[in-house]
Structure formats: C-alpha cells, structure tokens
Design a protein around this ligand. Structure first.
Ligand SMILES: Nc1ncnc2c1ncn2[C@@H]1O[C@H](COP(=O)(O)OP(=O)(O)O)[C@@H](O)[C@H]1O
Ligand SMILES: [Mg+2]
Length: 376
C-alpha cells in the first residue's frame, strides 16, 4: 500500500522531492500551484498525503480544515519560512499533522512522515502529551461544575482528541447530575483497582458523550462514594488517565481537602473560578496566596470570572488589581440558558450554541488549549 503524495507550492521543492524519493511508502504524484486541482485529485485517491506551502497559501487554515474534514484518509504536512508557536497552533488546530520550517530539516521531516505512516498504514494515532486542567473554587455554587463540563466538551470538539472529565467530588456526583448520566462504571471502583486500568480499558469502558471524544468519569448518584481516597490513589488515577487521554478536566468540591490539593499540585493548569463580588474576590485572593506557596509555577493558576456582567459595579480592572493578575477568561451571566442546560442535563452548546455563555466556553477552551500547548 503506497500513500499518494501531492505538493502544493509555487516554487520547486527540490529538497522535499528528494526526501520523498527515499520513502518507499510514499509516491509523489504531482506538484501543483493550483489549489482547486487538489479536490479533483483527492476524489480519486484513498490514502493521501498533501504538502502545503503555507506562505504561498497565505496561511489559509480554512483550506486545510475543509480538506481534513472531508477526506478522512488524507494527511497534511504544512511548511513555512516563518515558523512560530502561534502558526503551529493554528496549523495543527486546522487538522494538519505537522508544520515544518524551511529550509527543511531531515529530523523534522522524518518525524512528520513517521506520524503519517503510523496513522495511515498502521492505524496508530499518536496521542499528544496529556494535560491536566483542574477547575477549582473554595466556595460552592460558583460555577465549577458548569465550567468543567462545558470546557471539557468544547476541548473535545476543538481538538478532536480524547478528553476525560473527572468528578473528584465523589460524594455528591455533581457531574452526573449535570450530564443527566447514569454511568455504568464508577470512579470509586477505579481508584481502588488502579492496577487494572490501562488505556484500552479506559477508552472502551468510559461513557462517551454522544459521538464526541469526551469521556465522562463519575460515580452514579446513588453510589455512596469513598470517604478516604488517598493522595497516592489520586496520583495513580492521574497516571492511568495520562496514558489514555490528551486532556483531563477535573471538577472539584469546594475547599482545600487532600484530594483537591493533590489535583491542583499535579495539574498543568488550574482555573480558579470566582465571581465579581467582594467576599468571593477576597476568598480568591487568599486562594492565590495559598497556591503560590504550594505549586511549582504560580503562572499555572489562572482566574476565570463567572457570571460576569458588563456594567457590574466591580470592573475587570478592579478584579485584576485586587487579585494581582490578569483575568484568563470571563463567562457572562446567563441565568436562562444555564438553567435550561441544567434542567435538560445538556451542555450549553447543545441548548443554544449562539448564546453568550456557549461562546464564552468555546473561547475558554481555545485559550486553555493554547495555554497548555505552550507549556514545556
Ligand atoms: N454563567 C452563569 N450564568 C448564570 N448562572 C450560572 C452560570 N454558571 C453557573 N450558573 C448557575 O450557578 C449554579 C451553580 O453552578 P455549578 O456549576 O453547579 O457551581 P459549583 O460546581 O461551583 O457548585 C447552577 O445553578 C448554575 O446553573
Ligand atoms: Mg460542583
């Protein structure tokens, strides 16, 4: 089985052609500067690889995403003279497999080709490094579960990678209520049987939300739950999840119990949720102080303001001044949409994707994936 390869560029790509000739699994069919021709060619092909000169295509990410959406067995490798983290994020998000910098580096080329071969010939999709995101607040009723749930779903939709939403709120089963789920599988069992967990088991057993790549881990509501889950069990759970998922979003109970603090300390990003009133903000201020002494990098604690209102007495600037850091994202107040989401047990984007809250959760997910992408 060979992978038909096309190069889309306005200049002669000698190095690329030369590298490709050394790959027996790839057959270079054509080089063209006419992007319209690509569609015709792809209609005829099964497994295909397209190299795109991103500078010539003027960073047309829509072109990339429309192709990768339409042709499941197509992989795209883009290249550019002006690589940057920003460009990389946008290119990968559009669905490309890699972004190479010019002049071509053999090692970069080989790594990208290997990835394409694994996916198209061996059906092995490489998972990106797992990132753990904890949603925290030291008060209840502030919007943690709403944020964790909607964020997890939007991350799954944007990245199309496997995302796990984990409810560390063992006793109350918040997440199950939110999603109107009756999980057949319980999280308490999992932390007590860590040795049995592996990637296949996790990906196949966990409840999926519709046909998305979001998997939900929570205890059934009637489940009594475990009172004494240790920090080392939480760490074990994280390790197992890391092997299977690209993102793990953790919903926590309010307060600083051991489980929660273990999650915060071992997360790549913690979202501290607050609202624009003085008592909540003072609480958040204390949280930030406490976290600063507990976590390795305090930049990994970011503030999300929930139920935000434009004309609030307390402005964004006031909040930023009080907390001594900028606001990561704001989620507007929208009682009606949030209420109907809860009542129907559905995420906000399924209730009304054009609502201000749905847009804010999507924006939050974009920021989160950008943020963790930039982490070392
Ligand atoms: N942006 C928002 N606008 C209006 N109501 C909200 C918003 N976010 C959350 N709520 C409501 O606040 C209540 C508590 O939210 P929840 O996510 O369960 O908080 P927590 O998990 O922190 O206890 C819920 O009734 C929810 O519908
Ligand atoms: Mg909650």
């Amino acid at each position: 089985m060979v992978i038909s390869t096309i190069i889309l560029s306005d200049s002669e790509e000698k190095v690329l052609t030369n590298y490709l000739e050394q790959q027996e699994e790839f057959k270079l069919l054509a080089q063209t500067d006419d992007s319209d021709k690509i569609y015709d060619a792809l209609n005829e092909l099964s497994k295909a690889l397209l190299f795109v000169n991103l500078d010539y295509m003027e960073e047309d990410f829509h072109f990339i995403s429309s192709l990768t959406d339409r042709y499941k067995d197509l992989r795209i490798i883009a290249f550019t003279k002006t690589p940057s983290v920003d460009l990389m994020i946008k290119t990968l998000r559009a669905g490309a497999s890699a972004l190479l910098s010019l002049p071509f580096l053999r090692s970069e080329f080989d790594a990208a080709i290997e990835k394409v071969k694994n996916e198209l010939l061996h059906n092995k999709k490489e998972k990106s490094k797992c990132r753990i995101i904890t949603v925290f607040s030291n008060k209840g009723g502030i919007g943690k579960t709403s944020i964790a749930s909607n964020l997890a779903l939007e991350l799954a939709k944007i990245t199309k990678e496997d995302v796990a939403l984990v409810d560390l709120n063992f006793q109350l089963g918040d997440v199950t209520t939110f999603w109107d789920l009756k999980p057949t599988f319980d999280l308490t069992y999992m932390v007590n049987n860590l040795d049995k967990l592996n990637k296949d088991f996790l990906l196949n057993t966990l409840e999926r939300y519709k046909n998305t790549s979001l998997h939900i881990l929570a205890d059934p509501p009637y489940f009594k739950g475990a009172d004494n889950i240790s920090s080392s069990q939480i760490l074990g759970l994280f390790e197992a999840l890391k092997s299977a998922f690209s993102y793990v979003v953790i919903d926590t109970s309010a307060g600083f119990d051991d489980k929660t603090m273990t999650a915060v300390k071992n997360s790549d990003l913690t979202l501290l949720v607050t609202v624009a009133n003085l008592p909540a903000l003072r609480n958040s201020q204390r949280c930030l102080e406490l976290f600063a002494s507990q976590v390795k990098n305090k930049d990994n604690i970011q503030v999300v303001v929930n139920r935000y209102m434009e004309n609030d007495e307390i402005t964004s600037e006031d909040i930023e001044k009080l907390l001594g850091q900028s606001i990561f994202e704001k989620v507007p107040n929208n009682y009606f949409t949030m209420m109907s989401a809860i009542n129907k047990g559905m995420p906000v984007s399924d209730i009304n994707k054009d609502s201000n809250v749905a847009k804010a959760y999507k924006q939050l997910a974009l920021r989160v994936s950008d943020f963790v992408y930039r982490l070392k």
